[in-house]
Design a protein around this ligand. Structure first.
Ligand SMILES: [Zn+2]
Length: 329
């Protein structure tokens, strides 16, 4: 089968190659990959993160059709359209038992500690797939990382009737954070230069340069109850400064860097909480699949598997306006 493979870290080493189709075990399913989301994690996997196996196939956000099932697979059938819950988990440790499979003591991220899905076929245990129905390929390929990360972060707080400020609102996770926060009953202020985010449910759209003054005005000086920082260090200071009393700052991902200065007085003085999150759990992915028909995604580019290098580079393009996908035909 065709796959994007690298033997040595570095984007220049990522090549389209012919490799063996993965074998499946008795509890696994074989997926014909249709579309994958392109995310910062894929860029980090190719360039920096130690991975296994080597040679390695990246690709963390996978959607496709089941073409083969192991002898002990019960609930998934050939022809099912599925998305992949991208965590390896044992289902037995204390974290898994608490429904936090993404923090499994014996787990890790699919595409980091296993091959990913930038390939024609992908095999994975049955318990890692979630069925999806009548939704677009782009939405399906946005549920496992972009959608799930935003959904889980919002589930760690009470959104109803709260003011939610989303930094990076037009980004991969940001556009889902806006939609989901709105569905949960929040008053959503999107921080971005892209006006289309209004159509995704944002109550207000403000630019980065005016965010402090606008949030102050829109909240009568109370500032935000919840702030989402999906992009990292570049907006850290502002995300803290728009946080109001007893506020919660949710953050995940660091496409602009992850080292910040921390003024402790800015946190305890407001009785604020900083909540780092990573991915989400399986239950949340099932719930997302159920409401996926109500979600939208802004697509910038749909590229081919052989354009993998360009697709990963394009994540950092100043003109990027929405998501990048690889369509695998
Ligand atoms: Zn576990």
């Amino acid at each position: 089968m065709k796959a994007l493979v690298f033997e040595k870290s570095g984007l220049e080493n990522l090549k389209l190659s012919d490799v063996n189709q993965p074998e499946i075990g008795t509890h696994d399913v074989l997926i014909r990959v249709k579309m994958t989301g392109v995310n910062p994690i894929d860029y980090f996997v190719v360039n920096f993160i130690p991975v296994k196996p080597i040679p390695h196939i990246p690709g963390a956000e996978i959607y496709g059709e089941v073409v083969k099932v192991g002898d002990h697979v019960k609930d998934i059938k050939i022809g099912d359209r599925v998305v992949v819950y991208n965590r390896v988990f044992d289902g037995k440790c204390d974290m898994c038992l608490e429904g936090m499979e993404m923090l499994c003591r014996n787990g890790g991220i699919i595409s980091v500690i296993t091959n990913g899905g930038f390939s024609e076929y992908f095999s994975v245990p049955e318990h890692n797939v979630v069925k999806v129905e009548d939704i677009s390929e782009e939405i399906a390929a946005s549920l496992p990382v972009a959608g799930l990360t935003a959904y889980h972060a919002l589930n760690t707080v009470q959104v109803f009737n709260k003011t939610v400020v989303v930094f990076g609102a037009s980004g991969n996770t940001g556009q889902f954070a806006v939609q989901l926060a709105k569905m949960m009953g929040g008053y959503v202020i999107a921080v971005t230069s892209k006006n289309w985010i209004k159509d995704f449910g944002a109550d207000e759209v403000v630019s980065y340069n005016e965010v402090e003054e606008k949030v102050k005005k829109l909240t009568d000086g109370k500032m935000a109850d919840i702030v989402i920082n999906s992009v990292g260090s570049s907006v850290w200071d502002k995300s803290l400064s728009v946080l109001g009393n007893n506020g919660k700052l949710l953050f995940f991902g660091g496409i602009t860097g992850s080292n910040v200065n921390l003024d402790l007085g800015m946190i305890y003085g407001k009785h604020a909480s900083l909540v780092g999150t990573t991915g989400g759990n399986r239950k949340e992915l099932v719930e997302l699949a159920r409401i996926a028909k109500r979600l939208r995604v802004k697509t910038w580019k749909v590229m081919k598997l052989e354009e993998g290098q360009e697709a990963l580079k394009a994540l950092f393009d100043k003109n990027r306006d929405g998501r990048i996908f690889l369509k695998i035909e």
